[in-house]
Design a protein around this ligand. Structure first.
Ligand code: 7RM
Length: 629
């Protein structure tokens, strides 16, 4: 733990002398096979940023091998199953053995350095094993969240051109079966280049089998050799692709590097959570999201920590589950999302107070703004005022935490992500790129490169440049709205683009719209966010039907089904409003600002409507709104 003054000094040094600063961190947190030639070259002007150029390392080596010499018998992973009676521990030695074996399995099925491997698994240790095995042999993993549909899985497999998929026969969440292999089978009907599917047997149920293509994980592992050398990788060789939604078109494959990413997640994990040797650390995020990558797997394992992976859900078997798990495994650091905090708060304090939680030392929050009520509850009821709360702001693209308190260092303000991490230079600007005065809301941008930042959008450099660097030349655009107060505290309000955060899951409105128009009765759709007391935001869809099609509850169900099949249950529209027409400008653009106001019943001041092609649709929309609950 460092003092506030020390933070300020180190922060200034990290900005004034980034090469000196990051060179030191890279030596401290990572074991390199050979050193870099230059810490940082290039910049945002030419977009030719390279971190630790020439340095050689391996991610799995850093997560495993180097800890074996020090604490082979320490738990690397504590796995808590969906069923409260099911848990297991993998020591660093055991995890190393499994990763080496699976690396050899991948090699046996012809996976080579640079190949992309799709991982579509539930929250079981095999997810970590598969990721680390890819890293060990230099393959690029692309983890797809198990809640995504076959259709979403297919487009991700095709975009990354994966030729192998790792899955499970089924998953289990909240005592419900998740039919993963079945989704893979559907997806692969249109992925001719996938030649191998490795299937973990998570449940006893049998699944359809393709002899030529499918392989049982346990059978392949039993025959695999338990040693596998770690491939020597360049600092800027890619480590993984992770798809995330944007405001336009299909999800982007965010590509992360090996060297810069690992330095950044190791350091942020250590400092933001003040991790101390021997402690149990639990990040509740699914490995299908970036938080799971950076702070369930890579960050903690790089630091030789014990990381807890939880297969289940917060409400099963009771709303005490999180706190029961904390007591059972003596969790010291717990990191979760505001949506879970709000959902558990609603269930009543007794589900919390009946548990001990004495082991807790630090609490974290991520994924969306944590409103003051949820913050106070987390602090007073869950932490009993004993633990600082670190509200961490960051994105899939940033690789790691960008704005966050350091526990014991940063004086907290509820609902503020507080101060930038070392090396991070945020700024709030208006739409023209001019800095705004303290306290005024504006666009959050980042002025200087940092080691954790994405390298590019996989196979789409134009999209990388246009999305993140076109709006404010020379700066990284976050897509978030925020303000900074006179004490330098950042307050993140939410997205300024058409991205919605539903229960912390990032969803693009356009994806939902395209899913809705898949239905043959639908003519047009426009989707906006609506505030939700538990989920943070929910999805509100305006739908126009083709001539002659009558609205009905059945049709509503079918529209919802279309979204679930195209994206997954996380994108389910909460409300559908049938409408005769959408508000369009004379140039044909849908006026979303107006739709947002109508969805939110905030129609006293609709703003400038002079550009509307047909102003009469507004009254109709407001009238129709009354029919939606
Ligand atoms: C880690 C993650 C990124 C978007 C981001 C924000 C929102 C994330 C916070 C937050 C307020 C926070 N990656 N966001 N953390 N908003 N306070 N502490 O969530 O790529 O899935 O989403 O999430 O809008 O741009 S993500």
């Amino acid at each position: 733990m460092i003092t506030t003054q020390q933070y300020q000094e180190d922060y200034h040094r990290s900005i004034d002398d980034p090469e000196g600063f990051w060179g030191e961190q890279a030596k401290k947190f990572i074991t390199w096979f050979s050193p870099w030639e230059k810490v940082l070259s290039g910049g945002f002007d030419q977009l030719d940023v390279r971190w630790f150029q020439g340095g050689k390392l391996n991610a799995a080596y850093n997560c495993l091998d180097r800890h074996l010499e020090i604490h082979p018998e320490q738990a690397a992973i504590i796995w808590e199953g969906d069923d409260p009676n099911e848990s297991k521990i993998l020591t660093y030695q055991a995890l190393y053995d499994q990763v080496c074996r699976f690396s050899n399995v991948l090699k046996q099925y012809d996976v080579k350095k640079g190949d992309r491997v799709c991982i579509y698994l539930p929250m079981i240790p095999e997810a970590a094993i598969a990721m680390l095995a890819c890293a060990r042999i230099g393959a690029i993993h692309s983890v797809v969240f198990g809640g995504f549909s076959a259709e979403a899985l297919k487009s991700r497999i095709l975009d990354a051109d994966c030729q192998i998929v790792i899955t499970a026969n089924e998953g289990i969440r909240g005592h419900k079966i998740v039919p993963l292999k079945q989704q893979v089978d559907i997806a692969l009907q249109e992925c001719p280049r996938v030649r191998t599917v490795i299937v973990v047997k998570r449940t006893a149920n049998s699944v359809p089998w393709n002899q030529e293509r499918d392989v049982w994980y346990h059978e392949a592992m039993s025959k695999a050799h338990p040693h596998c050398p770690a491939e020597v990788m360049d600092a800027d060789d890619p480590l993984f692709i992770l798809y995330t939604s944007g405001s336009t078109g299909k999800p982007k494959g965010i590509l992360h590097s090996t060297g810069g990413y690992l330095v950044y997640v190791a350091m942020t994990h250590q400092l933001v959570f003040d991790y101390r040797p021997g402690e149990v650390y639990w990040c509740s995020a699914d490995v299908g999201w970036v938080t799971g990558h950076s702070y369930s797997i890579y960050g903690p394992l790089l630091n030789g920590a014990t990381t807890l992976l939880f297969e289940g859900v917060p409400h099963y078997p009771t709303p005490s589950r999180y706190w029961d798990v904390i007591d059972k495994h003596k969790v010291n650091i717990f990191y979760t999302a505001p949506t879970a905090i709000r959902a558990l708060r609603r269930e009543g304090d007794h589900w919390v107070t009946r548990t001990s939680r004495q082991s807790l030392r630090i609490l974290g929050s991520v994924g969306e703004p944590i409103n003051p009520e949820a913050w106070e509850w987390y602090y007073h009821i869950v932490a009993e005022k004993r633990c600082p709360i670190v509200d961490t702001w960051w994105q899939t693209e940033t690789g790691g935490i960008m704005i966050s308190p350091l526990p014991g260092t940063t004086p907290l303000k509820p609902d503020s992500a507080t101060w930038p991490f070392f090396g991070i230079v945020p700024m709030i600007v208006d739409d023209q790129g001019n800095p705004v005065p303290d306290g005024k809301m504006g666009n959050l941008i980042i002025k200087k490169p940092w080691p954790g930042m994405m390298q590019t959008v996989y196979r789409d450099r134009d999209r990388f440049v246009n999305t993140y660097f076109k709006p404010f030349p020379g700066c990284y655009t976050t897509g978030d709205q925020a303000h900074c107060d006179v004490e330098g505290y950042y307050w993140i309000a939410g997205r300024s683009d058409d991205v919605i955060k539903v229960s912390g899951h990032r969803i693009g409105t356009q994806e939902v719209e395209s899913a809705l128009i898949q239905h043959q009765g639908v003519s047009e759709a426009a989707v906006v966010a609506m505030p939700d007391p538990i989920k943070g935001q929910s999805i509100y869809a305006f739908v126009t039907l083709k001539t002659g099609i009558q609205p009905s509850d059945q049709l509503k169900k079918e529209c919802v089904q279309a979204v679930r099949e195209t994206i997954g249950p996380i994108a389910t529209p909460e409300h559908i409003q049938w409408t005769e027409g959408l508000p369009k400008t004379r140039s044909g653009k849908i006026m979303r600002r107006l739709l947002r106001k109508i969805a939110n019943n905030d129609v006293s001041d609709l703003g400038d409507l002079t550009t509307l092609a047909d102003p009469s649709v507004v009254d109709a929309l407001i009238k129709e709104r009354r029919n939606v609950k």
